[in-house]
Design a binder for this molecule. Structure first.
Ligand code: ADP
Length: 252
């Protein structure tokens, strides 16, 4: 039953960099179709944990298993990074990395067609089916009216949403986002929250975040990391009420 409910099982993960313990015996289960936050002060190990999941970093010990919807059990630890992307785990970094000189729809095409033969895919004519697939995702993020605008002329928030759309068009089962609302004003942050709630219906969302208002708006589960260990896990109300969390994280 673990496999049906959980999409990710992070077991006994430890990472040591030149004698420095970045993560120590981290155990986390991520439930399917939820928004799961990793929070904690700078240096807590949040980014390292994302790097472990997508196999950018190799753990010193421990394993990560992914249970896709087709019922299989994939051990991500030791897999190639590109293979993990192909299996349906996408990641978006904090700084938007769209091709600024290409239009919104061209950026989406590149993402849909893959980076093999980048230039070919620009001149590639989209099939009706592919165009529909792209437009459905652009509508979801609210950029359907901007399809022929160069990505470089989008507002900061729109660029972030385009990058999320570029992930979604690949139909991932998990997307990992590093501070998706960084640099956004309140209305855009709120809109991003609504978008992630829409996305979790088809996909599991893992977010590293500092903005507690944003966490409160949408979190299903929050894992607090501190000095490379799991300090606490639960819903945001319990986490914020916890004395230990307040002491080490919120500095009260
Ligand atoms: P967070 O994302 O929570 O701010 P990180 O995962 O980036 O924390 O970093 C955790 C700790 O591991 C930090 O003290 C950082 O300096 C250290 N660290 C991260 N990556 C490396 C690396 N490649 N080599 C050495 N130390 C690293």
């Amino acid at each position: 039953q673990t496999k049906i409910e959980n999409v990710l099982n992070i077991k006994h993960i430890s990472v040591v960099f030149d004698g420095f313990k970045a993560l120590t015996d981290v155990d986390i289960q991520v439930k399917r179709n939820t928004i799961h936050f990793f929070i904690g002060p700078n240096g807590a190990g949040k980014t390292t944990l994302l790097d472990i999941i997508c196999a950018k970093t190799k753990p010193t010990s421990g394993t990560v298993h992914f249970y896709p919807q087709n019922g299989s059990d994939l051990r991500l630890t030791g897999m190639k990074e590109y293979k993990i992307v192909n299996e349906g785990i996408g990641r978006k970094f904090q700084v938007p990395s769209v091709f600024v000189e290409l239009t919104v729809i061209e950026n989406m095409m590149l993402s849909l067609k893959g980076h093999k033969g980048v230039w070919n895919s620009i001149f590639y004519k989209l099939s009706k089916e592919e165009e529909k697939q792209i437009m459905t995702v652009l509508e979801k993020v609210g950029l359907e009216g901007r399809r022929d605008v160069p990505a470089g002329s989008l507002a900061h928030g729109e660029k972030q949403w385009l990058e999320i759309a570029m992930q979604l068009v690949q139909k991932p089962e998990i997307i990992m986002l590093d501070e998706p609302a960084a640099g956004m004003g309140k209305p855009e942050t709120f809109r991003t929250g609504e978008l992630l709630q829409e996305i979790k219906k088809d996909c599991t969302v893992i977010v590293v975040e500092h903005d507690m208002e944003f966490v409160k708006q949408i979190a299903d589960t929050v894992t607090v990391l501190h000095e490379g260990k799991v300090l606490m896990e639960g819903d945001i109300t319990d986490v914020l009420a916890d004395q230990t969390v307040q002491a080490v994280y919120l500095g009260r």
